[in-house]
Ligand binder design. Sequence first.
Ligand code: F3S
Length: 385
Amino acid sequence: MYLTPDEEKLMNGESGPTYQKAIEILAALGDIYGADRLIPIKSAQIAGVSYKTIGDAGLEWISDLKGKVVVPSILNPAGMDLECWREMGISEDFAYKQQEIIKAYEAIGVRTECSCAPYNIYDDLAIFGDHVAWSESSAISYANSVIGARTNREGGPSALSAALLGKTPNYGFHLDENRRPVILIEVEPELYDSDYGALGYIVGEMIGDKVPVFDLNTIPTKDELRSLGAAMAASGSVAMYHVRGVTMESSKYELPLEKITIEEQQIKEIYKMGEPDLIAFGCPHSSIEELEKLARLLDGKKVKKEVWICTSRALKNKHPELIKRIEKSGAKVFCDTCMVVSPASEKFKCMMVNSGKAHKYVPNLCGVKSILARTEDCIRVAVSE
Ligand code: F3S
């Protein structure tokens, strides 16, 4: 990959080891994937925040960095609510290490709002056509498909390197030819609520990392689109998809010849009932519309089981009345974290979720049985004895 004279200087260590390592990481990726050069990015979203996932080695690596990010950079969810961690049952030791990780990111200029839905908080991160370096799989899918920005599936180190340099290698989803759909997914049933996550769960397993275009009978909301994308990114590794007549670039390409049809029965089969001891919402982090829906469903009711709702601290702070309405039911609203990246969920036996992504990850990453259900059904179970 071509490096400019200034980039060569970074490579030679003239700006210190942090920037040298950053450009080494990006140049290595560029060489592996055949990038011609580095291109400027508008923002970075950095995974590798939960102490549960990065441990002491990750904390040490971030703490040793000497530099500042040069583009708006945000963090993925951490392993705990940074304020209410005791309420989650997090240990003092874990909490101390998690705070150290956040401080280390803050020291290099990263915004410490920990959310996988940063597009619901900030409006300076990405608009149509922007190149970005994001690393949380649902955010990547949302950026590429719904916003129409361009990002590869970055890992924590490559997103951090991109944040420090304000650049990323020009390959993959930064190029038109890789954004073209290669498989048509015809969906027979009309979809509602968690059906989109169920669909994503099924399709991701079928198509791996291909770019699909969906032909749907219903027009999804933005939240339903992100449920679809999040689940496909988890059960497969789909980083971009199109929905005919809905997503930003869907009319730009011819329909592919390869086709799969999804029938109603396939969606129904994903839903099972059971006896959860935790009911969790907010994967990806709940939007304001999702919080409003949960508040409506919980109004005048008391939950009889542990209920968590994960969202960003920015939304929680901005809508105190709404949060109060939800909490009146006994449901807990946690920020900065989620049911998957926090060790707090590991003490439960069975989690009921309304998210296809959580349904995929909870058994694998938390060792907890998972049940997928529609939002209304989750609430019905939550308030019943
Ligand atoms: Fe976000 Fe955690 Fe789900 S990071 S997408 S809420 S697994």
